[in-house]
Design a protein around this ligand. Structure first.
Ligand SMILES: Nc1ncnc2c1ncn2[C@@H]1O[C@H](COP(=O)(O)OP(=O)(O)O)[C@@H](O)[C@H]1O
Ligand SMILES: [Mg+2]
Length: 248
């Protein structure tokens, strides 16, 4: 499939000669392994992972540091590829796609939120949220309108023109969430989104995730905090690159 034939319609990823299909399973990982390094420096970050996640689920991923959580999120987010195994996103085998098509999928289907926010420091909140729409080819006025709506949605309608260093940690994370949702993704991936925030701000960020989840978006959150995980419908626990079968 070429990028020209990739039509982004509604909630389904289809080729242009098909009608959009609704897939109740949004993520299917089959025997996914990830090995970093070569020879005696090899690290088996993921070891034969099998998981399905339903559309609209909210799922926490927990486990000790180094157990493979971020590696899994990077694969689910099409930021990295598995060494072996298959990954189906909305029934499409993304493990077989070239980087150019993965970039389209990341931009249109997936929102990312990270512990350290990853905002561009020289840009205002509004400009940061506009960015993913530039890649998506949204016209300029619509970009500004949609960025403003997204920032209002996370309670930052009065901070549009502030740069990240003029915002608190919680406000910066809200900007990152607005940026993550502005292209209406089907999947929101958050890797320790509250790891750098105090408990009051954590609650505020969790409330935003919960509201987004209620609109139908699938949310996957990596966290060390059981309080954060308790807001999710399901907890997947990792141990040494494997899913701890007794606990998921
Ligand atoms: N880019 C990389 N190169 C080499 N090893 C890596 C890389 N990324 C992660 N690892 C290793 O893979 C394992 C899993 O890491 P990671 O997925 O980041 O764990 P977690 O997010 O659960 O802390 C760790 O042993 C880590 O050191
Ligand atoms: Mg990690």
């Amino acid at each position: 499939m070429t990028s020209e034939s990739l039509s982004i319609t509604g909630n389904a990823l289809t080729s242009s000669n098909q009608k959009p299909k609704y897939h109740p399973i949004i993520i299917r990982l089959e025997e996914i392994s990830k090995i970093y390094g070569i020879d005696n420096t090899k690290v088996h970050a993921l070891n034969n992972i099998n998981v399905t996640i339903a559309r609209g689920e909210s799922c926490a991923i927990m486990g000790a540091s180094g157990s493979g959580k971020s590696t899994l999120m990077n694969i689910i987010g099409c930021l990295d590829r598995p060494t072996s195994g298959r990954y189906y996103l909305e029934n499409l085998d993304v493990s077989a796609l070239p980087e150019s098509e993965l970039a389209i999928i990341r931009n249109s289907k997936i929102g990312f939120v990270f512990q350290q926010f990853h905002l561009l420091p020289q840009m205002s909140a509004l400009e940061n949220v506009v960015l993913p729409m530039i890649y998506a080819g949204v016209p300029s006025q619509e970009r500004r309108d949609r960025a403003k709506i997204a920032l209002e949605r996370v309670g930052l309608g009065n901070r549009l023109h502030n740069r990240p260093n003029q915002l608190s940690g919680g406000q910066q994370q809200r900007v990152a969430i607005a940026r993550a949702i502005v292209n209406n993704p089907v999947l929101l991936l958050a890797d320790e989104p509250t790891g750098a925030l105090d408990s009051q701000t954590t609650q505020e960020i969790l409330a935003i995730f919960e509201e987004l989840h209620h609109t139908g978006i699938t949310v996957i959150t990596v966290t060390h905090e059981s309080e954060v995980a308790s807001h999710c419908q399901r907890i997947i626990r990792f141990r040494d690159g494997k899913i701890d079968a007794n606990k998921s």
